[in-house]
Design a protein around this ligand. Structure first.
Ligand code: NA7
Length: 559
C-alpha cells in the first residue's frame, strides 16, 4: 500500500492510504467483494467496517427471535463448491449466531480479515476529479484514497427509531431491534412494550412473551404472516443439499426471487376453490416463503392475491381466540406480500396468552412516551422496557448517512433529493468509479440476498477486470441510461401489487419526509441478471468509460 500526502482543510498534511479499491462494509457483500478484487484481480483492497466483527446486518440484529427468513441452504454463498460441501447448517432457518459463525468461517477460510479494518465508520467519500480518486474519511479522522469505491453497506442497516415525544424522559430501558446490545436483555418480571409488527416484531413477540411479566404489542398496520415451520435439518436433507448443490444453485439463479424453489405455474383464479383451498392448506403446513410460490399470479393480480389474503385472514380467526384481537390482527390495508411477508413461529398463538395484549395504534395513536410508559390517545401503558421493532431507513439510509460527493461537490443526498436515481442499481451519474452493491433499483430486498449480492459483486469484478484489460481508468453511468433505468424500475413495480402497500419501506413511506419512490427492481432476479450480462457484453452500454486520469473535459468517450 502506498502513502501520499493529503492537504486537509486545516492546511495540515498527513498520509493517506492509496488503494485500488475500498469497500465499505464487511457483511455478505463486502467479504465477497474483497475476495474477488484481491484474490481474483490482484488489486490492493481495504474493507472498512463499523462493527467489531464481520456480519453486517447480522452483526447488529441480535434481537430475541431473530432468524433469517431465507432457508439456510440458500442463505449462503454459492461461488465455492468446496465451501458449500464443507459447511453444514443445523436448522431450516439460520439465526444470527449461526450466520455469524458461517461468515467468520468464510472470512478465515479465505484469509479476509487481514484486509478488514473493524470499528471503523466511514463518514465521507469525496471524488477528486483531477486525480480520478475517491478520498474516503473515517470517524477517527483517517483518510484513504482509492480508484474504486464500493459500498457494501446493506439495505437494512440504518435503524429507524420513531420520533415520538418524550422518549428522552422514559425512565425504563429502550432498544431498537436493529441495534441490539451484545449482552442479553433480561425480560423476566418486566412489563415490555413492543412497537412494530413487521418481520422483526412478529419474530420477537413470541420470544419476549415467554419470559416477560407482561407484553403489550403496539400494532399500526396489520400484517400477514405464515408459519415458518423451523426445525433442525434432517440427515437426509443435509445429504440432499450436498448431493444436489449445483441443481439448487441453478434453481436459485433461474427464479424471480433467488430462492431454492420455483413458483408454480398455476393461476389462483383459474384453480377451482376447493382445490385452491387444499393447495393453500398444504403450503401453510409446509410454511415459509414457499407459501408465496403456490400460484403464479399472487403478486400480479389483485383478485388472485385476495384469495391468499382471505385464506390467511381465516387462519388468524381460527388461531386467535379473542374475536376482537383477531379482527385487529387481520384488518389488512394492503395486498398479501405487497409488504415483505413475514414468517413466524407462534406469532398469532402468542395473543392467546394471558400476559399479552394487542393495542391498535391506527385506531388510538401513540401520543407520547411518558417517564412510565407509552400513552396512546385512550390509555397509558406502564412499561419497564420498550422495544422498537420499527424497521430501517431502507435501501438509501445507510448510503445517505455518509457524506458522499461526486463531480463538483455534488452530494448523493442532493442527487437523490427526489428519490434514488441510478443505472442498474449499480452506479450514479456524477459519481464515477463508485458502485453500490444491492443498491436501490436492483432486485436486492425482493431477492434472497446472497444471490443478489453474488451477482452484483461478480458483475462489478468483471467490469473492473474489463477496464484493466482495456487500459480504462474511469466508468460512470450516463444521465440518459439512468432515466431509462428508473422508468424500467417504475414499470416493473407497476406490473405488480407491490406499490399498493402505502406504508411500505419499499416505498420509503416509513420515514417522514423521505420521497415516495418504489426502490427495489421488481422485474425478477433472473431477468435482471440477463439485463446486466447484456450490458456487459455490449462493452458496458449506458456507461461512459475513459482511459485518462484527468478531468472530464479531457476524457474521451470509449464507446
Ligand atoms: P418493517 O417491516 O419496516 O416494520 C416496522 C414496523 O414498525 C411496522 O409494523 C410499522 O408499522 C411499525 N412502525 C414504524 N414506525 C412506527 C411508529 N412510529 N409507531 C407505530 N408503529 C411503527 O421493519 P422490520 O424490522 O420488521 O423488518 C425489516 C425487514 O427485515 C423485513 O422486511 C425483512 O426483509 C427483514 P407500519 O407498517 O409502518 O404502519
Amino acid at each position: 500500500m502506498v502513502r501520499s500526502p493529503i492537504q486537509t482543510s486545516e492546511g495540515k498534511t498527513h498520509q493517506a492510504r492509496e488503494l485500488d479499491a475500498l469497500v465499505i462494509g464487511a457483511g455478505f457483500s463486502g467479504l465477497y467483494q474483497l475476495l474477488c478484487l484481491r484474490d481474483r484481480l490482484g488489486l490492493s483492497v481495504q474493507v472498512l467496517e463499523a462493527g467489531a466483527g464481520v456480519g453486517g446486518t447480522w452483526y447488529w440484529n441480535r434481537y430475541p427471535g431473530a432468524r433469517c427468513d431465507s432457508e439456510s441452504h440458500s442463505y449462503c454463498y454459492s461461488f465455492s463448491p468446496e465451501l458449500t460441501q464443507e459447511w453444514e447448517w443445523s436448522e431450516r432457518y439460520p439465526g444470527p449466531p449461526e450466520i455469524l459463525r458461517y461468515l467468520n468461517h468464510v472470512a478465515d477460510r479465505f484469509d479476509l480479515k487481514r484486509d478488514i479494518r473493524f470499528n471503523t465508520r466511514v463518514t465521507a467519500a469525496h471524488y477528486d476529479e483531477t486525480a480520478n480518486r475517491w478520498r474516503v474519511s473515517t470517524e477517527a479522522g483517517e483518510t484513504f484514497t482509492t480508484q474504486f469505491l464500493i459500498t457494501a453497506v446493506g439495505c437494512l442497516s440504518s435503524a429507524n427509531v420513531p420520533n415520538i415525544p418524550g422518549l428522552d424522559a422514559f425512565e425504563g430501558q429502550w432498544y431498537h431491534t436493529g441495534q441490539w446490545p451484545h449482552e442479553d436483555v433480561d425480560f423476566r418480571g418486566k412489563r415490555v412494550g413492543l412497537v412494530g409488527t413487521g418481520s422483526t416484531g412478529i419474530q420477537a413477540a413470541p420470544v419476549i412473551a415467554e419470559t416477560a411479566a407482561h407484553l403489550v404489542v403496539f400494532q399500526r398496520t396489520a400484517n400477514y404472516s405464515v408459519p415458518a415451520r423451523n426445525a433442525p435439518l434432517t440427515t437426509e436433507f443435509k445429504r440432499y443439499i450436498k448431493e444436489n448443490a449445483e441443481e439448487i444453485r441453478q434453481v436459485m439463479h433461474s427464479t424471480v426471487n433467488g430462492h431454492p424453489f420455483r413458483i408454480v405455474d398455476r393461476s389462483a383464479l383459474e384453480t377451482p376453490p376447493k382445490e385452491r383451498q387444499a393447495l393453500y392448506e398444504a403450503a401453510w403446513a409446509t410454511g415459509g416463503l414457499r407459501f408465496r410460490a403456490t400460484f403464479r399470479d399472487l403478486l400480479t393480480d389483485n383478485a388472485a392475491n385476495e384469495t391468499a389474503a382471505d385464506f390467511i385472514r381465516a387462519k388468524i380467526r381460527e388461531i386467535v381466540k379473542d374475536p376482537e384481537t383477531a379482527d385487529i390482527l387481520s384488518d389488512f390495508d394492503h395486498p398479501y406480500a405487497a409488504k415483505r411477508p413475514p414468517i413466524d413461529t407462534d406469532y398469532f398463538e402468542t395473543f392467546n396468552r394471558d400476559n399479552v395484549k394487542l393495542v391498535d395504534v391506527r385506531a388510538t395513536p401513540i401520543e407520547e412516551i411518558t417517564p412510565r410508559g407509552i400513552r396512546t390517545r385512550d390509555a397509558e401503558y406502564p412499561l419497564d422496557i420498550i422495544v422498537f421493532a420499527t424497521g430501517f431507513d431502507g435501501m438509501t439510509g445507510s448510503l445517505l448517512r455518509m457524506d458522499i460527493r461526486g463531480h463538483d461537490g455534488l452530494s448523493l443526498a442532493r442527487a437523490w433529493a427526489a428519490g434514488p436515481r441510478n443505472y442498474l442499481g449499480l452506479q450514479v451519474a456524477g459519481f464515477p468509479n463508485m458502485f453500490t452493491v444491492t443498491g436501490p433499483g436492483s432486485p436486492s430486498v425482493l431477492c434472497n440476498m446472497p444471490v443478489a449480492i453474488e451477482q452484483h459483486v461478480e458483475w462489478i469484478t468483471d467490469c473492473i477486470a474489463y477496464m484493466r484489460a482495456n487500459g480504462l481508468e474511469r466508468i460512470e453511468a450516463t444521465d440518459e441510461s439512468m432515466d431509462e433505468w428508473v422508468a424500467q424500475v417504475n414499470a416493473a413495480a407497476e406490473a405488480t401489487v407491490l406499490p399498493q402497500a402505502k406504508h411500505s419501506w419499499y416505498l420509503g413511506a416509513n420515514i417522514p419526509g423521505k420521497p415516495r419512490v418504489f426502490m427495489p427492481y421488481a422485474g425478477g432476479m433472473a431477468h435482471y441478471r440477463k439485463i446486466c450480462d447484456d450490458v456487459a457484453a455490449r462493452n458496458y452500454e449506458g456507461f461512459t468509460l475513459s482511459a485518462a486520469r484527468v478531468s472530464d473535459a479531457a476524457n474521451k468517450r470509449f464507446n
